[in-house]
Design a protein around this ligand. Sequence first.
Ligand code: BGC
Length: 251
Amino acid sequence: MIRLGIDIGGSGIKGVPINTENGEVMGHRHRIDTPQPAYPQTVADTVAEMIAHFKWHGPVGCTMPSIVQHGVTKTASNIPQEWIGVNAEALFKSKTGLDFKVINDADAAGMGELHFGAANDHPGTVLLLTVGTGIGSALFCNGVLIPNTELGHLKMHDTIAEKYCGDRARKEQKLKWATWAERFNEYIAHLELLFSPDMFIIGGGIANKTDKYWDLLKTNAKMVPATLKNNAGIVGAAYAAREIPFTIHPH
Ligand code: BGC
């Protein structure tokens, strides 16, 4: 079953059709700069541009870097506040005529990695963290996702985890890798106390730099780097859209 996957990020909107049976990327990934500011209407126009690029007529899976409950974006930590309360699935459908499944970006990346990437359908409790601008999380128990966990917003010291040990925090605060790793280990220890995961998957921008810090990380659980890298969100979003029946929509 082929679905178009679209990953909406802070700087780029990326998409490609995905075979949701095996996670295979069906063609060349297309990237369009995220409009700035990324207001709902302008992002929807860019999504429509992506659909036109692929001449796509079927269901679409799409990510948003926010809590998404039943298609409605509920938070806006790294996107404009205008997104709060928007039914993103209805908005994108109104622009394109197509059926959308919209989910949180980390949940999408988690689904991609769990089924087709680093986790290889690992049983038990699996926790994926995307460490980039923010920290996103995807929590699974025996393959079932508990959506919108937002563990990057756990309180740590006087701030929240993503501002304490995210990749943007590392860059902005000019942290040495050893200092960043110490902070991240503190975060991991807290997550272990809360969830006792069997496996952590580390994704997001930081997954491209494992040579800088991997040996410094401490965990009781198995810890693996994400393997789908930049495609994890696209693959997972397409996977989430597999339940939408493929009916041809004229537009
Ligand atoms: C947002 C999450 C998102 C994560 C990664 C966080 O700031 O609250 O919804 O998954 O960033 O983009």
